[in-house]
Design a protein around this ligand. Structure first.
Ligand code: ATP
Ligand code: MG
Length: 366
């Protein structure tokens, strides 16, 4: 996809504008103003695929500096701990003032550092994550900066997550100016957890990324197409906005195709809108449905198909009747699929699909 478009439907990028997440962003950033160790300094963001977790972390990373924090954003992966240390060193060094030594040619590094945020050889080779992060906290604190860890794609049960949880708690215990925001899929944090990580995650403030309200999407589309000098009749604008269902990835997809299909025209017509919505749904199927359904068993999918018969929420009793199974059977699949983040239960005795358009897709496919 061309890079000179306003809309960028891909995963893990920073959108042109973060729409409709002001309250969430502000809530997390205001936690940074609390004393070290305050519960609001540790946040766990949970959201479905495409709900905007990575975009949110990128936004928070940008705004953190104004609040006096050096942000290290990493994805939970094999090298997570090393990456955290290196990112803090790179992003933090412009803010570290060297103390000038009176002896010419001699650089008086602080304890543990050879210069700036570069560790002395001794520290670099003999000490681990905890000591290094602790030293970085101290050195940055001398320069009035804290450290904000942003951990994307959290996978709860890994050795690195365990080390990270222990280290964070340890540094907080020492009163260091550190904070953490983690983001992951509902499944990543609800599987069987190691005690230590579980305690850590349970103590964190939880933020669930819900679909965006339609009004800010409407405002964003209106301003964007206005700036592109395209007339966007109000009823067509409404149609495009409601087609997104508040799903950030769809906001980008629908916007992208509207931009493409209206290239060279001074106004947007209804053909462009319906084509854009159709193309966006096609991409959604390929990018999101495929990955959502892949880890599920055939029986899970049959359960979803039994739900998809209904256009809105399904009654659990109807699902049971359609599948011709026992109540206990339905209960166990219900629990599995809620845990997988594919369905939700907003009201007692009811279940609904949480991924937009998945119901239509399951209903219409052969
Ligand atoms: N608040 C927002 N406003 C506008 N666009 C957004 C917003 N949040 C996310 N997007 C866009 O939606 C798409 C999906 O967002 P993102 O990659 O952050 O989702 P995610 O939750 O991290 O998904 P995954 O679980 O696959 O990692 C991206 O193109 C991103 O730019
Ligand atoms: Mg992501």
């Amino acid at each position: 996809m061309a890079s000179d478009t306003v809309f960028q439907p891909s995963f893990g990028n920073k959108p042109d504008k973060i729409v409709g997440r002001e309250a969430v962003t502000e809530g997390i950033l205001s936690g940074l103003g609390m004393r070290p160790g305050h519960r609001d300094r540790a946040t766990l963001v949970i959201g479905q695929r495409g709900m905007g977790k990575t975009a949110l972390l990128l936004e928070i990373a940008d705004q953190a500096l104004d609040r006096g924090f050096i942000a290290a954003r990493v994805a939970a992966s094999a090298n997570m701990l090393d990456e955290i240390v290196e990112t803090v060193q790179i992003k933090g060094s412009p803010f570290v003032k060297e103390r000038k030594s009176k002896i010419k040619g001699f650089n008086a590094g602080a304890l543990g550092f050879s210069f700036g945020l570069t560790f002395s050889d001794e520290v670099a080779s003999n000490y681990g994550f905890r000591t290094k992060l602790s030293l970085l906290c101290d050195k940055l604190a001398e320069n009035d900066k804290g450290i904000l860890l942003l951990i994307d794609e959290v996978q709860a049960n890994t050795d690195d997550m365990r080390t990270l949880a222990t280290t964070y708690q340890h540094l907080v215990g020492e009163g260091k100016n550190i904070a953490i925001v983690m983001a992951g899929l509902p499944t990543a944090v609800s599987s069987v957890l190691n005690d230590n990580i579980l305690t850590f995650l349970n103590r964190a403030r939880k933020v669930r990324l819900e679909p965006l309200s339609l009004e800010p999407i409407r405002v964003y589309y209106r301003l964007t197409f206005n700036a592109l000098r395209k007339e966007f009749p109000s009823e067509l604008l409404d149609e495009a906005v409601s087609a997104t269902r508040g799903f950030p990835y769809l906001l980008q997809l629908v916007g992208y195709y509207l931009e493409e299909y209206s290239a060279g025209s001074a106004s947007i017509d209804d053909g462009m809108v319906s084509d854009a919505i159709a193309s966006a749904k096609r991409d959604l199927e390929a990018d999101v449905f495929a990955t959502t359904l892949k880890p599920l068993s055939d029986t899970d999918v049959k359960f979803l198909e039994a739900m998809a018969v209904d256009e809105g929420p399904s009654k659990v009793s109807d699902i049971q009747a359609r599948l011709g199974v026992s109540a206990g059977y339905v209960q166990s699949y219900r629990a599995r699929l809620i845990e997988a983040g594919v369905v939700a239960s907003e009201r007692r005795g009811e279940l609904e699909l949480v991924v937009p358009y998945l119901g239509e897709y399951l209903r219409n496919r052969e």
